[in-house]
Design a protein around this ligand. Structure first.
Ligand SMILES: O=C(O)CCC(=O)C(=O)O
Length: 279
């Protein structure tokens, strides 16, 4: 994935044993987490069919009219596994809250410990999603909704990530196109500092809240991921959510209400961070 940024650094890597809630609270860069032995190393299409059964998969079909499409798991897996699969077949944000998925798509304990979204029934399902991507898929520059951070573990395949600091989010917004500036179109400000990584099977990308990012997928990928918002990033999350509201792009969730509720059983320090973010 060619970049127009002139200051690109590799995403730092961290062994999974060093990943704690405190690490996530204090993240200032994306990280690639390595060496986590728990997830499966391989999931064949028939095993995916077994696990996903009657799951409905929502696919944002970029290559056929930028619309959401509803697929049954069986139909999707047949189309996605075909040798000539449409590169628009990219599932990255279909949530799997059911506890039975812990056996195949576990959530790292550090992510669960740090994630304020787990404490509210309106957002607890963001904890885990499935990733099924056809070769050639491309997700353009964006910031995850509600200022949440995102993580993605690959069981198989690889993805090329490029990320820019959350502090640049407003600068990278292109008011003319009403979208984030696209390096492919050459309209990304010169010299924007970024981090890049090729995420491989057995590795987990952690994208801190508010970071602008894009992802290219050269080969078929199977994995899982989720959204998280730790107390250390709650101010950034609220800032992004407020920006989404100004731009008319915020979803229907009242993040202030979710965080107030999540904070009600939290430590005084977390309550103070939430109160400061919402002021
Ligand atoms: O893997 C992809 O194509 C996109 C992933 C991503 O950017 C996200 O989940 O926010």
């Amino acid at each position: 994935m060619p970049t127009h940024a002139s200051h690109t650094s590799p995403v730092p890597r961290l062994d999974h044993q060093a990943l704690t809630a405190e690490t996530l609270d204090g993240l200032t860069t994306p990280i690639v987490v390595t060496g986590w032995p728990l997830p499966p190393r391989h999931l064949a299409t028939d095993a995916l069919q077994h696990w996903l059964r009657d799951q409905v998969l929502w696919v944002y079909a970029r290559n056929s009219g930028d619309t959401w499409q509803e697929w049954s798991a069986a139909d999707f897996l047949a189309a996605w596994a075909a040798p000539d699969a449409d590169p628009g077949l990219n599932v990255v944000d279909v949530y799997l809250p059911d506890g039975r998925f812990d056996a195949v798509f576990p959530v790292h304990p550090a992510l669960d410990a740090a994630n304020l979204l787990n404490a509210d029934p309106r957002t607890a399902h963001y904890r885990r999603s499935v990733v099924l991507t056809a070769p050639g898929a491309y997700t353009p520059m964006h910031v995850d909704s509600y200022g949440c951070g995102g993580w993605m573990y690959l069981i198989s395949g690889e993805k090329h990530w490029e990320l820019a600091d959350a502090a640049l989010g407003a600068d990278l917004w292109d008011a003319t196109t009403q979208d984030y500036a696209d390096p492919r179109a050459g309209n990304w400000p010169d010299g924007t500092p970024t981090w890049t990584a090729t995420l491989r099977a057995g590795e987990m990308m952690i994208c801190p809240p508010g970071f602008v990012h894009r992802v290219a997928t050269p080969v078929r990928c199977v994995g899982f991921g989720g959204a998280f918002l730790p107390a250390g990033h709650v101010a950034r999350g609220v800032e992004v959510w407020r920006r989404e509201q100004v731009l008319g792009q915020a979803g229907s969730l009242d993040l202030a209400d979710v965080l107030t509720h999540a904070g009600s059983n939290a430590t005084p320090a977390v309550q103070a961070a939430i109160a400061a973010a919402l002021r």
